[in-house]
Ligand binder design. Structure first.
Ligand SMILES: Nc1ncnc2c1ncn2[C@@H]1O[C@H](COP(=O)(O)OP(=O)(O)OP(=O)(O)O)[C@@H](O)[C@H]1O
Ligand SMILES: [Mg+2]
Length: 233
């Protein structure tokens, strides 16, 4: 579904992504794992079309989207839940969801909002509250839901566990796993939380300082003692 080839990305002279390449298959959960500053957010922003790349190609469903603008990529079915559960704090839960649904018609909006409220019932209870009054976990749920409102084919998630209590992290990951299992939605997940990401991922890529360290199934990666000790703690 998604093919990344030889991606090189810079901030001025800082070389942030170094020849990164991988494929995400339709229906799988693919995890990118890396510590602080590894380049995870930059990678997702590059795929979304929010960050210029120096070289490389990005294909989505066989089509070269390397030079498409972000909104065109969104129309093709790519959606990003931002780092830190970023949402608009002064708008209500429902208004935030409406923003995520700008690509869909009224009937689809009703369908999608029902769908995300089933995934996260707490959001329905709080639909008229301003998003700034939500807990960290609820904001993350809203961020994921906002990204789901466009009915994407590929959902990209930037550290959905960040800053959350372990119990909430487990709850959110259970929903992501269920979303993939029951609807077949393809997920590209970036995480520092190695154990949690490897629990739900079918395959993963480990990056450090913009380089690929290793890739494989969770079992293969967990079995690489040297990698686990050096990069994953
Ligand atoms: N807007 C920017 N301008 C300049 N350098 C940046 C910018 N954003 C990120 N960087 C640098 O690029 C590198 C990769 O950053 P990035 O945010 O992609 O990493 P990350 O893996 O998402 O980290 P984290 O886990 O902290 O979110 C870092 O060295 C960072 O300092
Ligand atoms: Mg990041």
């Amino acid at each position: 579904m998604l093919e990344i080839k030889g991606l090189n990305v810079y901030y001025d002279r800082l070389h942030v992504l170094k020849d990164i390449g991988f494929e995400v298959k339709k229906g799988e959960i693919f995890a990118i794992i890396g510590a602080n500053g590894a380049g995870k957010t930059t990678l997702l922003r590059s795929i979304m079309g929010l960050k210029d790349i120096k070289s490389g190609r990005i294909l989505f469903n066989g089509e070269d989207i390397t030079h498409l603008k972000a909104h065109k990529r969104a129309e093709k079915g790519i959606s990003l839940s931002f780092e830190g559960g970023r949402i608009l704090r002064t708008l209500t839960v429902e208004e935030n969801l409406r923003l995520g649904a700008y690509l869909v018609d009224r009937r689809m909006f009703e369908e999608r909002i029902k769908f995300v409220f089933q995934l996260f019932p707490r959001l329905e209870e709080r639909k008229n509250q301003v998003a700034g009054s939500l807990s960290g976990g609820e904001r993350q749920m809203l961020s994921i839901s906002r990204a789901l409102m466009s009915n994407p084919g590929l959902l990209m998630l930037d550290e959905p566990s960040f800053g959350l209590a372990p119990k909430i992290v487990i709850e959110i990951f259970e929903v992501l796993e269920k979303l993939n299992r029951e609807t077949g939605l393809t997920l590209l997940l970036v995480e520092q939380n190695v154990r949690q990401a490897l629990k739900i991922a079918h395959r993963a890529l480990v990056i450090e300082a913009g380089y690929e360290i290793t890739r494989g199934t969770p079992e293969e990666i967990l079995g690489k003692k040297d990698v686990m000790e050096a990069y994953l703690g």
